[in-house]
Structures are given as C-alpha cells and as structure tokens.
Design a protein. Structure first.
Length: 362
C-alpha cells in the first residue's frame, strides 16, 4: 500500500508543518502498518516535481507528462491532505487556497481517495473561497476537523465532517524530559512586523513587557524560535525577534532549532520547561503533547476552539486590552499543572475517532 501525506514537510522552516508530517505519518503507520508513506509539501519532497503549480502548468503536465507528476499521483492508494494544518481557509490569500486545491482536483479525476486530516476548516470570507472549499469538501472521501468551530464551518458549506478529532501532534512520541527550564517564551516573527492578524507595534510592546515582568518576578525566561528561517532577517522567521529581544533583555538563553532533528529539539526544549508561553500554536501544542503546561498567545480563531476540545482553556487573546496581565495570571494559575494531565487522555480519545474512521475508509 502506498500513502501520500500532502501539504506537510519534514524540512520546512515552520516546525509546526514538520509536526503535521511526523504526526500524520505516525497515524498512517498505526492504521496501515507496513504501508509505504511519502510526504510532499509546497517545496521539496518526494514528488518528481513541485506540486505548487499554476493551472496552466498542470494542464501542460497533463498533456505532456514530461515530469511524471500524474503517473506519480495515480500510484497512491490513499492521500492524506493536511492543508498545512490551517491553510484550508482564505485568510492567507486566495492564491494559496487555489494552489492547494488543484492537486486534490487532479486526485479526484484520477480516482485516488483523499482524506482531509484533522485541521482547521475556514474561515472563508470570500465567495470564491467558499466555492473552492465546498468543492474540496465534496470531493474528499473523509473529512476530519480538529475543533468544533471548523466542523460547523464545513456543515454550513453543505458537507458535514465525518469526525471531529484533534491535532495530529498528539500522535508523536513523547518521551519524558527532565524539567531544567522555567518559562519558555516563543515569539512569532509573523506578528513582529506588519501583518493582517494583530497590531505589530502593540505585539512587540506586549511581548517585551511580558518578558520584563516575568524577570522582575524572579522567573528565568528562555526564548524559543519555532519558525526558523536561514538567518536573522525579517519576515515569517522567529529568529529575527529573538535577536532583538536579547538586546533588550540581556543575555537570556535563546533556542534556535536547526537541522533535520529540529522538531525533536523543540519538543525537548518545551518538555524541559515549567511552562511555555507561545504565539505559534504548534509551539504550545508540542508543549501540551509533552505534558508541559502552555499558555497560547492567540492571534486567530484557530487556537481557542481546538484547545477547548481537549479541555484546555488557558488561552490569552492578543486582541485583549490587558494581554500582559492576563498572561501573567495564567502562568501563575495553580490549575495549569492540574489540567495538563487530562489533555493527553482527551487528545488520545479524539485521535482514536479519526484513526477508526480512516481504517474504515478502504
């Protein structure tokens, strides 16, 4: 049996996308032991060519077969479409949604079954976005959401999900790690500069104030990058704000995972913390899956519904008026350590619903 994991990657700078690849692969191995699994994201991967192609490029490939893309896609028995976890939406632009929707269209015409793995569905704020989403949902053999709000979005588009589950990060191995760090603070390069999600100036001010307040309370702060670009330049790259924060906070530890085992480095780092504060959702999910309490600093609607589904309500919305006070109160809450023990149980329960549905698909 051959299985393709689509729109995830083992070498992406965004370690959340790597977590999707590793978690989905673990679930595939659990349901279909012995299957050959290949992985293809938006860049390099196992495909003979990039799948992030224009419609014109796809039509040319269909006619010429020059790159072997259609034959390669037709060789799979099942495709697991992750949509990079939260890209099944139009908030990142219609072009991204279109590009990710073209390959599933090809698979549908080839007769290769496709499952939408547990992910955020929506929002779709444009008419064209809703048209693309409705078609993708109707063509999928199995649709799974990772939160209730996403399930409601799919139902509104006329294709209710087959199963509500949770994020596949909880399928990754989670060996115990000794607690050697206090507060691990993950800062987002996406939010550090102008962005469509939050006021960047206020975000920078709140993050710096939060770190200083923690230090004033005697807490030791470690900075963590979760999206790791090639250098310290600006952009969707957490290395950039870490460099700036170290100039303001002094010689604090800064963890910048690198290399093919960068995801393992992140999981070991968050596993070693007493608590994680994170602006990247998968920095928080990696922590929770390792048994470490995490306080997400949420910038979009993908955070709270997913976390509520596994019984975790320690979320601070970055649009709130008093972000720093709320975050400090959450870090100090005695409930953190109590509630984190229930998270894995609930996550395992929710993932088992998806694996059962996947096993019944073929």
């Amino acid at each position: 049996m051959r299985i393709l994991i689509l729109w995830a990657s083992l070498d992406q700078p965004n370690l959340g996308v790597r977590a999707l690849a590793v978690g989905t692969r673990a679930l595939a191995a659990q349901v279909f032991p012995g299957a050959e699994v290949q992985i293809q994201g938006t860049g390099h991967g196992d495909a003979p060519t990039s799948l992030f192609m224009s419609r014109r490029g796809l039509l040319k490939e269909r006619v010429t077969g020059a790159r072997g893309m259609f034959d390669w896609l037709a060789s799979f028995d099942l495709v697991l479409d992750t949509r990079s976890g939260d890209s099944f939406a139009d908030i990142y632009g219609l072009e991204r949604l279109r590009n990710m929707s073209r390959v599933p269209e090809v698979l549908h015409h080839l007769g290769v079954p496709l499952a939408l793995t547990p992910q955020t569905i929506g929002p779709f704020n444009t008419r064209r976005g809703r048209v693309l989403a409705r078609r993708a949902l109707q063509q999928a053999r199995l649709v799974a959401s990772r939160d209730r709000r996403s399930a409601a979005c799919a139902a509104q588009l006329g294709r209710p999900v087959d199963v509500e589950s949770t994020d596949v990060v909880f399928a990754i191995d989670h060996p115990p790690v000794a607690t050697t760090r206090d507060v691990v603070l993950n800062v987002s390069g996406l939010l550090w500069n102008d962005n469509p999600h939050v006021d960047a100036t206020r975000y920078r001010r709140d993050i710096l104030a939060l770190a200083r307040r923690l230090q004033a309370e005697g807490r030791t702060v470690t900075l963590l990058a979760h999206v790791v670009g090639p250098d310290d330049s600006a952009g969707d790259n957490d290395r950039y704000p870490l460099a700036e924060l170290r100039r303001e906070l002094g010689d604090v530890e800064a963890i910048v995972p690198q290399g093919p085992d960068a995801l393992d480095q992140v999981r070991a780092a968050v596993g070693s913390a007493r608590v994680v504060l994170g602006s990247r959702m998968h920095a928080c999910l990696n922590a929770l899956s390792m048994g470490t309490p995490a306080v997400p600093l949420a910038y979009s609607r993908k955070f709270a519904p997913l976390l509520a589904g596994i019984g975790w309500d320690h979320v601070v919305e970055l649009q709130a008026d008093d972000v720093v006070d709320r975050a400090l109160a959450a870090v100090a809450s005695p409930r953190l350590s109590e509630d984190v023990h229930e998270v894995r149980h609930r996550a395992d329960r929710d993932l088992s619903r998806f694996t059962r549905a996947l096993g019944e698909l073929l």
